[in-house]
Each structure stands twice: as C-alpha cells, then as structure tokens.
Design a protein around this ligand. Sequence first.
Ligand code: NAP
Length: 492
Amino acid sequence: MTSLIMIFGATGDLAKRKLFPSLYRLFSRNRLEKFAVIGVARRSLTNDEFQQSVKESVRSALGNKDNLDEFVSHFYYQSHDVADSSSYVSLRKFANQIDTNYDLEGNRIFYLAMAPEFFGPIALHLKSDGLTDVTGYKRLVIEKPFGHDLESAKELNKQIRSAFSEKEVYRIDHYLGKEMVRNIEVIRFANAIFEPLWNNRYISNIQITSSETLGVEERGRYYETSGALRDMLQNHMMQMVALLAMEPPIKLTTDEIRSEKVRVFRALRTVEGEEVNQYFVRGQYGEGTIDDVQVPKYRDEPMVDEQSNTETFVAGKIMIDNFRWAGVPFYIRTGKRMAAKSTKIVIQFKDIPMNLYYQTDKMLNPNLLVIHIQPEEGITLHLNAKKAGGHLDAQEVKLSFANTGIHAMNTPEGYEKLLYDCMRGDATNFTHWDEVAYSWAFVDRISAAWQQPMATFPNYPAGSMGPQEADELLEKDGFFWWPVSDLEVDVC
Ligand code: NAP
C-alpha cells in the first residue's frame, strides 16, 4: 500500500496504544509498501523525540523488535494548532514534500485521533487550506463518538461532507475490527446448518452481553456526557444487532452489506416516552468488590458529579419488526464494573416440540450457539446427546472452536485490520452515515425518556451483572440471561 498517513492527535493515548503498534504490525507483514506518517499534535516535539515515542509505544505493546529503527524512520512530527489556518498551510507544504520524497502518489489518509469537537473544524480546514488537493485518493478516518445525538451528528456530518464524499469517510467502530464480529457474517452465510434456522421460527431470543470490570478510570469527564447508552449501545451493540439480523447480501460488496444493515435499522421498533422503561433498564454502579479489591461507586470517581444521573449500565430488549424477526427479542446489556470482562452473543434456539428425554435433574437444554467475541474468541454449539453409559438420558454437550494457538497469534489486532482496510479503500467495516443516523434516532428516544425523572442510582453493586431489573426484563418474557461464566469457550 502506498500512502501518507497524517495522524491528528499523535501524542494521545489512542495513537500510542493502538495506532503505532498496528502500523508496525502492518509494516512487519510487508503490507506497507511505500508509506510515511506525519504525527500532528499541539505540543512541540522534534522528529527524533516523536520517533522515540513511537518506538516506546511499539515496544510496550509488542516487545522489542529488530526493525524498529527502520520503521520509525518513516515518522515525522509537526506541531499544530487545529484552529489556525497558517498551521495547515505549513502542514500542506510539509506533506507535499514528504509525498514527493517517498513517491506516495498523492494518496492521503487523515486520521483524526482527537477529541470529537475537533473533527468538524479539522475537516473544514483540510479542504480550505488545500490539504485535500491531491492527485491520489484522500480518506478521512474518524474516531467515535460521531456526535452525541442525532442533531449534533447531522451537524458534524455536514461539516465533514463539505470536504469529503461519503465514500471517503471512514467512521471507526472498533468492534467491526474484531475477528469474531467479522466472523458473524461467515458463520451465518457460509453454513447450511444455520441459515435456514436463522429466523423467528427457530430462534427464541438472542442475547448480546458486553461487560467490563473496569470503572470509568480517568475518563470521568467524557463519560459524564456520554453514559453507556451513547458510549456502547448507539455504536457497538447496534452494529452487532445489525450483523446478526441482516438479510444475506447479494454480494459481499461494501454497498450491499451496508444497505442490508441499514434495512435492519429501518425495521427497529420505535420505543419512546413511558414505553422506554418497558424495554430498557439503566443502572449505575455502587461500591463493591472486584477480584477481592474494594472499588468505589461511580459517583465517587474522579471528575464525576456526586449526584450524577449518568448510566454506567444499560440493558434492553430490541425488536426488529420484519418478516424474519417478528416476535424475537434481541436482548442487549453492557456496563462497567461488572462481574466479568466479556463480550458474547448467545443465540438461543426454540425448544423442540416435545421433550422425550429428561436429564436426571433438569429439563432438556435448549440449543445455543455462542459467539465469543472477547477476551477469548471462538464459537460453541450447545447440543443434547446421550449420556454415556446411561439409559436414554440426554445431557448437554458442547462443540467448541477456540481461536487460539498459531492462528490467534497471527490474527491481526482490530485497528490493524481497520487501518489496512482503509488503505485498500474497503469501507465495509466502517459505519455509513445512514447507519449512524438511524441508530442515533433510536437511542435519542431512550435518552429523552431518561432525562427526567432522575434515576434511583446507584442500583447495582460493582462486581455484579447489573441491576435486578435487567434480570426481570427477560423473566417477564420467560427467559433469563445465560450466565457468561458458564459459557466459556473450551481452549483446545
Ligand atoms: P487523548 O489521549 O486526550 O489525546 C488527544 C490528542 O489530541 C493529543 O495528541 C493532543 O496533543 C491532541 N490535541 C488536543 N488538543 C489539541 C489542539 N488544540 N491542537 C492540536 N492537537 C491537540 O485522546 P485519545 O484517548 O487518544 O482519544 C482520541 C480520540 O479517539 C477521541 O475521539 C476518543 O473518543 C477516541 N477513542 C479513544 C480510545 C482510546 O482507547 N484512547 C478508544 C476509542 C476511541 P497535545 O496534548 O500535544 O496537544
């Protein structure tokens, strides 16, 4: 790949923890043919100092590497004021010179790894100050959050689109870089045993859990304006719902896949006003114990209001009112300071019409297909089979695939895949504006209903799986959350 990559926010956490190590991995796999990186941020640094910090970030993520000097020789630094045109003009001159030196064919990727309030202004300056006047391709990569509601997202989109076409905008949802999220389509559309069953005749419900044990750490200020609804549901959880629910695309092209996902968003049941509380539950963690360590409540975290009404947990029932999914609840839950760090999808199939086989102590288990997204990656199919040596008793058996060993070691990290996709011009695993707009419209109705009254927080102890109401949400439909701790993938 041939490209000049300009990273705005190159001294920040994301650049250090994710972008530099991912670029290094692409480099070491010979996926960057001709490339240079210009790091841009406010503070003043020499090229040497910047290259040193890139080296350190690669070392801390991946250990020491022989070819680090060669890798960082492609990195340059420019101190920059995002609001000042003259800063962009000198950046343009510098970029043109690097472009010529490295023969980069005028291909340019602008990666905005900065606070979201800068996204729109930077995009406008890139155009007005001539950085987008290139002979090759120009692409804009934008981190989350894309707005904080539909209105602000529209405004941001307007600014961005005045400088870049929709095809040139790569909105990151890093869940779409995860190996097993990308695998959802393959599991569904490459297996004759699943696709015929993938509908309301055979599936009783789908559960998506994304739980963290961490609290807000030092991100209290950001999280206070976001909460679990905006930080997790609007993007990552909705994207997983779309991939699980979409129709098979005609072809595996970006446009076809995205348009099938959009059709799912269009079929979401609208939930608003008082009805919201029948479908969604919010929570905020109180103090508790995680791994034998006492942790404080959310309201005692740094930069958090001591009366905060921000949710650190959300659970919900999402209904997709189309022919395939009518009547099948998609339950989602996500939160901080929960009992386990785990992202899993459980597809629960309907019970067989008549149960001939009783296990000694309980009813026959329903078939489950579990997709393990993180930390472990894999698939488990829960079946019933004859108990060895028994009469005709059935017992649960699990068929597991764990993405471990040599394959997992070679599995590219999410950001690496997304960066590579962007360089190749493949926007399939980035979110299209229509997806963003529909999911904001959905989430805005929930947050409007939660503005008033104030919630009774905290309502779940740190180290639990969320508030009691989240369990009741399923119980009233005759279901329960499959405990994530019982669903571990067997590592072979
Ligand atoms: P961060 O650590 O606060 O870094 C912010 C960067 O912006 C720094 O390089 C900073 O450089 C630069 N900056 C701030 N004000 C500037 C200005 N006026 N002019 C020029 N540069 C300026 O933020 P981050 O955690 O890396 O997050 C960046 C983006 O990625 C955010 O949108 C965030 O939501 C998103 N994101 C981050 C993560 C993560 O793991 N960190 C994960 C997902 C999404 P100076 O200090 O030198 O000015």
